[in-house]
Structures are given as C-alpha cells and as structure tokens.
Write a protein that binds this ligand. Structure first.
Ligand code: NAP
Length: 299
C-alpha cells in the first residue's frame, strides 16, 4: 500500500519543517499543518495548506502525521501531551517523527501509539536546511518494514538517500552515528583552518587544494568557505548540535561505549554556548579553536 495524495499532517514548521512541508505540497499532497507559533504557517497556507487547531486536530484529520520538532520532551509533549496527536489519533495511523531525539524515548512513544493500533516511524534526517529546501535530505528510518514501504512516497518528496535501518529507534541510532561523524569532521576542519591561518597559508587556496583530496568533506567544502568569510549564519545551530551530542553521550553511557573524540567536541561547543553563541551555525566551532590558539582563520 502507498500513501494516496490525500491529507498529510505536518507539525513543526521551523528551519527544517517549513521547507519539507513545502516540498510535500509541491509533490501534490494536501497538508494540514500546525505550528506552536502560528505565523510560521502563513506561507504554507498561502500555498494551499489547511491550518490545524492543535496536534490532536491534525491527527483527527490525517492518518499520516509528520512531526519535525526540537528535542525528546517536545516530541513527547506534542504526541502524548494535552491536545496531542494521541488524543485525536485514528486507528491504523502512522506518525512519522523526523526530529532528532532519543532512541529510548522513540521506542516508548511507539509503544504508546501501538496501544491505539497505530505506530511510529522514526525518520531523522541529515543534509541541513539546504537539503530540506532542495528535497535532497538523507532519511534514516526505524520502524516496521511495511510502515516504511507505505510512507516511501512521502520520504521521496523530501529526500534522496532513504534507508530503512531497522526496528523502532534504529533511525535515531543511525542519526546519532551521523552526528558523531559530523561533529568530529567539523572539529577537524576548524582545527585545520586555524593551523593554516597561523602558518600564514592562503585559506581559500588551502580549501581548494585539500578539498579535492582524501581530506575532503562536506563540512570543509561547504562550511569552510563560509567560516573563512566570517559567515556564521546557521544552517544547523550550535544549540541543536549540542542537543544531539547530549543524545550521543547519553546513549554511549547506556551502552558503555567510550567516545572520547565526541566528548571533546561537545566541551568546545559548551564554551561557545557559554558565550551566547548557540544560535550560530556549527561552523562557528572555529571560534573555540581561534581562542585556544589566539589566531583568527578569516580572509
Ligand atoms: P527549529 O527551526 O528550531 O524548529 C523547531 C520547531 O519545533 C518549531 O516549529 C517549534 O515551534 C517546534 N517546537 C519545539 N518545541 C515545541 C513544543 N514543545 N511544542 C510545540 N512545538 C514545538 O529547528 P530545526 O532546525 O527545524 O530542527 C528541527 C529538528 O530537526 C531538530 O530535532 C534538529 O536536531 C533536526 N535537524 C536539524 C537540521 C538543521 O540543519 N537545522 C538538520 C538535521 C536535523 P515554534 O516555531 O513555536 O518555536
């Protein structure tokens, strides 16, 4: 069974959610949207989306409900809380949580939904706000194979690399693996560019030269040029990266896994949060390295 192009619920219209909802409308789906701050729904309503009164109202109107919220307590509140999705849910519904949250909380929510003959797919994404706008997100999905298959068309409207990685919670686990990789790589890029700057290297040419070799990465080639130009506007905010690293560290503790590199990067991000830089993009990690070495990496 595939999702017909009838009503799809979408809750959470932030940096990621708004363009993802926009891509669903462009793909021909009729959306019922809800956002805590109502004004963020205005552009989608102009494109034909219906406004739901509450998460519960969205669930009453749609058997497929997507959530794109900040953190585990927010998803718990919107799905399980007062006027939440669970209150209005129809039998046989699938809730697709595309936020990055705890795998443990994910499994708990799936259990609560199953008591109402419904289910949760955890489908966190990677690819940043650019990927959300372009519809090129990587989507890592946990949950039943049949739910995954019935929602594949929705995922294809928002992403390109769409993988069912296992049972409930495994999408979130995969995303945490991703966050270990992106945080460590961003740290290497920041450290390398401060080293280059203090060595007197031409930063643009350095990125050009190493950006085509074995040291290349998305962070170097996309965020490196922004960083050396002093552009710290967020694609992905430091405060959200730090939230994800907290989820990684919590899961690693539950599993008795040692993650020394990720823990170090989390401490550097903590120093930036202490300076009030949480709303800047993760490329601002360079500021922590600049302070340590007393040298700016800018052109
Ligand atoms: P964002 O712009 O801050 O949007 C968060 C959304 O969640 C907003 O619509 C917000 O509503 C809503 N929300 C938060 N707490 C809520 C609550 N308790 N009740 C109701 N609504 C609530 O964040 P984002 O960048 O779109 O990120 C969303 C998720 O995607 C996060 O889990 C993030 O880690 C993940 N992610 C982000 C990126 C990225 O590059 N930005 C990339 C991959 C994954 P208001 O408008 O009322 O505040």
């Amino acid at each position: 069974m595939t999702v017909s192009k009838d009503k799809i619920g979408f809750i959470g219209l932030g940096i990621m959610g708004a363009p993802m909802a926009d891509n669903l409308i462009k793909a021909g789906y009729n959306l019922v949207v809800y956002n805590r701050t109502k004004s963020k729904a205005d552009d989608l309503i102009k494109l034909g989306a219906e406004l739901g009164d509450s998460p519960s109202d969205v669930a009453k109107k749609c058997k497929y409900v997507i959530t794109m919220l900040t953190d585990s307590p927010d998803v718990q509140q919107v799905i399980l809380g007062e006027s939440g999705v669970l209150e209005g849910i129809q039998t046989g519904s699938i809730v697709i949580d595309m936020s990055t949250i705890s795998p443990t909380v994910t499994r708990e929510i799936n259990q609560r939904l199953s008591e109402k003959s419904s289910s949760l797919l955890d489908a966190p994404v990677s690819g940043g706000s650019w990927g959300a706008i372009e519809g090129t997100l990587s989507i890592m999905v946990g949950g039943s194979k049949s739910d995954f298959e019935s929602c594949a068309h929705l995922f294809e409207a928002m992403g390109k690399n769409i993988i069912h990685t296992g049972s409930s919670g495994m999408g979130q686990t995969t995303k945490l693996v991703n966050q270990i990789l992106v945080a460590g790589t961003m740290n290497a890029v920041a450290e390398a560019l401060v080293f280059a700057a203090k060595s007197g290297a031409d930063l643009e040419k350095t990125i050009q030269a190493v950006g085509g070799g074995a040291g290349a990465s998305w962070q170097l080639n996309t965020l490196g040029p922004k960083l050396i130009n002093g552009d710290f506007d967020p694609g992905f905010m430091i405060k959200l990266q730090q939230k994800d690293l907290r989820l990684v560290i919590q899961s690693a503790q539950e599993l008795n896994v040692s993650i020394p590199g990720t823990s170090l990067v989390s401490q550097l991000f903590a120093s930036l949060l202490a300076q009030g830089l949480g709303d800047e993009g993760t490329q601002a990690l360079v500021k922590a390295h600049e302070q340590l070495s007393n040298k700016q990496a800018r052109i």
